[in-house]
Design a protein around this ligand. Sequence first.
Ligand SMILES: NC(=O)c1ccc[n+]([C@@H]2O[C@H](COP(=O)([O-])OP(=O)(O)OC[C@H]3O[C@@H](n4cnc5c(N)ncnc54)[C@H](O)[C@@H]3O)[C@@H](O)[C@H]2O)c1
Length: 285
Amino acid sequence: MSDALDRLRGGVAVITGAGSGIGEGLARYAAELGMKVVLADIAADRITKVASEIEASGGIALPVPTDVSDPAAVDALAERTYAEFGETTLLVNNAGIETLGFAWEIPAATWEKTLAININGAIHGVRAFAPRMIVSGKPAYIANTSSIGGFGIMPVQTSYIVSKHALLAFSECLQLEMQVKKLPIKVSVILPGPVATRIFADSKGADDPVSTYHRKLMADMLEADGISGLEAGRRIIPQIAAGEFWVSTHPEITREFARNRASHLAELTPPTLPAEVLATLGATE
Ligand SMILES: NC(=O)c1ccc[n+]([C@@H]2O[C@H](COP(=O)([O-])OP(=O)(O)OC[C@H]3O[C@@H](n4cnc5c(N)ncnc54)[C@H](O)[C@@H]3O)[C@@H](O)[C@H]2O)c1
């Protein structure tokens, strides 16, 4: 096991969205490393089950039902974590939802929910945990789960893409703030590629033909090509422990998305979809 992982061993990990998919994989792998794991998720039944499985295999886990879009709930998560397990070594603001639909057709409440979970969830996590990490003065890690979509643009995933771009800016500025204050807190942004999870199957939003087609296409693609949540956890956590800022599950795809985005901005090319992508959306020119 690498030296970097030794920095986490015996510490405390708090993972949001730990009831499924990537968050579940991160929690299981953190427990394998010997971390005490706090599992936070709005789905209480799922984290109770994952926590009891971790404990059954010799780990230490605490399920704390939490809605990350609720600032008071995230404050309560931090209070409970410090009361039961002590100082937090690793916080992963991972909970997120997918929402599909044309921007003008997604109801206001759905827009607000998407942004409140995907963006504000990470902000509340930092607000609740960073001050406690700072008081402890010990090295700690904060990672926010964005997506390769944080470098992408995609119609009918507009609200999701907006939220994932925002998490890049949030994480980058947060890293600079740690530098300004000379704090021993490393910030990472996680850019998962395809991971086989329920995220598209559970997605909400519109059910117009383009969104319905895209939802099924993406759900099928994740199921066919995605790595498991546990494999994602195994790829992600060592990079965080090593102090990497950009954390990938699929480095080549990440680089391709980053290069495309950079060249699009450098050349100031207007957004447009090639015919073959239009076809995958069930639309034709
Ligand atoms: N699966 C992929 O291919 C992929 C790719 C890129 C990025 N991501 C990102 O990874 C993260 C995890 O996604 P996943 O694919 O594992 O999805 P998932 O749906 O399997 O898991 C997400 C978990 O978040 C929980 N959650 C939803 N709303 C919540 C709330 N308000 N408060 C607390 N928990 C809440 C859900 O109950 C669920 O257990 C998300 O941020 C997602 O955007 C996933």
